[in-house]
Ligand binder design. Structure first.
Ligand code: ADP
Ligand code: MG
Length: 486
């Protein structure tokens, strides 16, 4: 045969060979044109070989797994990527390296584009980030009153009552009618995402609405502890005590955080006695029944048990469906009842997840301008719910550092380098927001930092992510790697 195996990377070269071959042997033209295909796989392998030498194994696998050349017309190459997370990352971090290697292979290359080859949850999350296009079902924590710390979003108007929470609801209503008398304290407990915060804040908001003069205050036990410790350190303990003793209704969320904090418990105990003796209403919430919380003094536990204890359990199917219907009614979005029924049957653990899935479904309906098939909803659920596997704090730190392209150990160091400060703040935010780690614990883990630094970081990221589309997206992308939803 005349044919010499030629590695042709640019399809235009086929034409050149064709022209060349035309000079004599017609049969060879045909043979050449059909056999010499552009070997995109080889080109991409060569890119990967180059890049692999420059990055860590973990980064390489994270960013280049499931990538390939999808199209190559000699001047534009389309690289297929599994999700927008990878697309953005390749575009931002690896684009110039990829371009350099590809140019070495293909002289005529003008540009590269990254194409997501599979539509999944991340595209929807990305779109949610565009408020003008997508109406969100949830408003987020944007309406927090500085004076009483209550979020106006939590009211009884949007609180669905079912068998799972009716006892807690009834107790809450009794308190609103007769504060400080019927049930004092009210102790609400239940697993995460079942509506404790919503319920106890709704009580606070009702008081506010009914009587402007009622002094209500809401805060988490953890925040109380931190504020108290700071006040003691700063010689302001008396001001602190005075502040909390003036409230008519004090709502303390997540008191399991008091576990092991003896001094703070002592302060809560004395505060409780003062308020109680003055018929002021106190409301506590916790993830466990008082008896089951370890590391809390017996005398405080007996105070917790002295009024009304109400648990919130996991909502049954009818309640889950009612919650979905109520949330849909609050917006102008219409979602088919079969879809809502499917979501209600498939998402069983808690209301927060139920809301999350509904947000995704709603966003995707708006994007596609049509209703979703059950199979699409199924996929969405599969991709969006957190996996059961436990994700360690080290996983979070590792993923964040890989994402921002810094060394893991840098997150532990005290450096103030700009390229480290932001990733560290994001790591702190995630540990708090998604893992409910305590501020002091996060501080200790990430370079022995003070809890106030962590609070500052957490609040900053939360604020900025609300404003800054890019940061929001970055966080969603980190989560997608962490929870394996891509
Ligand atoms: P918890 O404090 O128990 O972890 P939250 O009060 O934060 O749970 O509730 C999680 C989410 O579910 C919130 O967005 C809340 O508004 C919503 N939610 C909880 N319970 C209900 C309910 N009964 N009806 C409607 N929405 C609810
Ligand atoms: Mg809560």
């Amino acid at each position: 045969m005349f044919y010499q195996p030629t590695r042709i990377h640019n399809p235009h070269d086929i034409h050149k060979i064709g022209c060349f071959a035309k000079t004599g042997l017609e049969s060879i033209i045909f043979w050449t044109m059909t056999t010499v295909t552009v070997d995109n796989k080889k080109i991409w392998d060569s890119v990967l070989t180059h890049i692999e030498q420059d990055v860590s194994r973990a980064s390489f696998l994270t960013w280049f797994k499931n990538t390939s050349i999808q199209k190559n017309d000699g001047s534009v190459i389309s690289i297929s990527v599994p999700n927008t997370f990878v697309r953005d990352w390749l575009q931002n971090k690896y684009h110039s390296s990829i371009l350099r290697v590809l140019r070495g292979e293909i002289d005529s290359l003008r540009s590269i584009e990254y194409v997501v080859s599979r539509v999944g949850t991340k595209e929807v999350l990305e779109q949610i980030n565009q408020p003008t296009q997508i109406q969100q079902l949830e408003l987020g924590d944007i309406y927090i009153d500085k004076d009483d710390n209550l979020n106006q979003r939590y009211t009884f108007d949007n609180f669905v009552i079912g068998a799972f929470n009716e006892l807690a609801y009834a107790a809450a209503q009794a308190i609103i009618k007769n504060p400080g008398i019927s049930y004092n304290p009210l102790f609400v407990y239940g697993l995460t995402g079942l509506g404790k915060t919503h319920l106890i804040q709704a009580v606070g908001n009702s008081f506010k609405r009914n009587n402007k003069n009622t002094k209500v205050y809401y805060l988490s036990a953890e925040k109380f502890g931190i504020e108290y410790t700071e006040a003691v350190r700063g010689g302001r303990a008396h001001i602190f005590k005075e502040k909390y003793r003036k409230y008519d209704v004090l709502i303390m969320d997540d008191i399991q955080f008091l576990s092991g904090k003896e001094k703070t418990q002592e302060e809560v105990f004395h505060l409780f006695n003062t308020l109680y003796d003055n018929n002021k209403q106190i409301i506590f919430s916790s993830d466990k029944a008082p008896k089951k919380i370890v590391g809390i003094e017996d005398r405080l536990k007996s105070r917790f048990e002295g009024g009304m204890i109400a648990d919130i359990s996991v909502p049954e199917y009818e309640s889950r469906l009612a919650i979905l219907n109520a949330k849909v009614r609050q917006t102008n979005i219409s979602i088919a009842s079969e879809v809502l029924e499917y979501v209600a049957s498939a998402v069983q653990n808690n209301i927060r997840e139920l809301e999350g899935v509904l947000n995704l479904v709603s966003a995707q309906c708006q994007l596609k301008k049509r209703g979703l098939a059950i199979s699409e909803v199924k996929l969405l659920i599969k991709n969006s719910l957190k996996p059961q596997r436990t994700i360690s704090i080290n996983d979070v730190i590792k993923t964040v550092s890989t994402f921002y392209g810094i060394e893991e150990r840098e997150l532990y160091q005290k450096t103030r380098k700009k390229e480290v400060v932001k990733p560290r703040q994001v790591a702190m935010y995630l540990l708090r927001e998604d893992f409910n780690a305590s501020y002091p614990y996060i501080g200790q883990k990430l370079g022995g930092r003070d809890h106030t630094t962590v609070i500052h970081a957490y609040e900053k990221v939360r604020r900025d992510a609300g404003r800054d589309g890019l940061l929001y997206k970055e966080i969603e992308q980190i989560k997608s790697v962490l929870y394996g939803t891509n």
